[in-house]
Design a protein around this ligand. Sequence first.
Ligand SMILES: [Zn+2]
Length: 321
Amino acid sequence: MSAFFVGIDVGGTNIKIMVMTSDLDVLDWCVVPTQKDLGYEKISDNIIHAIEKIFINHGLNDPEVKSIGMGLPGIVDKHANKTVHLAYMAWNGFNPCKKIGAHFNAPSFIDNDGSLNAFGEYKFGVHEKFSNIVLLTLGTGVGCGVVIEGKIFRGSRNLGAELGHMQVEVEGAENCVHCGHPGCLEAYCSGLAMEKFALRQMPNFPTSILHQFIEQNRGVYDNAMITKGVQVGDDLCCQVMARFIKYLSVGVANVMKLFNPELILIGGGISNAGDVLLKPLAESIQDLVLHERQLCPVEKAILGPHAGMYGACAFAADSIA
Ligand SMILES: [Zn+2]
């Protein structure tokens, strides 16, 4: 009988689930809506059902699950294997993977989702070619994970390297939605921050192509419009992108100074801007580091939104090694 690892990445909208063989080859994966209003018991049942469906689809009626790893958005006490404070859901003070583990008669382990994203990129994105990498996920917020010498960097209380909340502007005009402090990287370099700034500036640029883009999209703004606008030289879009890059380069240069990684990966919706973002970013970082030996490539994340479930599988395996 074969044995398997299960990785679960819990997000505010979707839960991604992956099953790997004991050799860490992907058996299959699926996505279920989070439906957080259903509550812990029902959500756990939905996840169990989705995992069983994967096994059944592969003709496995009584598979052995060796261990289960779960990434959660927020503060996790890894040593106690329980949550401290999560974003999106009130699952605090316990192990939200417990019911699923009990069902499959397997140990279950939880960790911060940003850390598991980075671990997934390290193991299955760059295939351990580099052992020091940092992932910055520029989505609604700024997620992050740090892998040092092939291991997740956690700090003493699993709160290490909250890079989204490093200050990049001391007297920041923008307050961070999450921590409330002024000048956090997240307040300038998240998808939400880009959107807020662009919409605020629009009245000052009545002829900007952004007005047309939004109109053509039934009145709905999308950050991808800024990239398109930069490509045709639109003033507003260029200013929005330049401001974004100015603050991101401070953040990324700080990451280089702190960790001296071999590679920094940028994930999240904003990373789809590709070279429009990454080329000028690389240029402006050059002036911000201590020495050119601190510089490393900054590239688009490889697994992107799938990294979390890969990382959760590898974490499940590592936790019983
Ligand atoms: Zn903050």
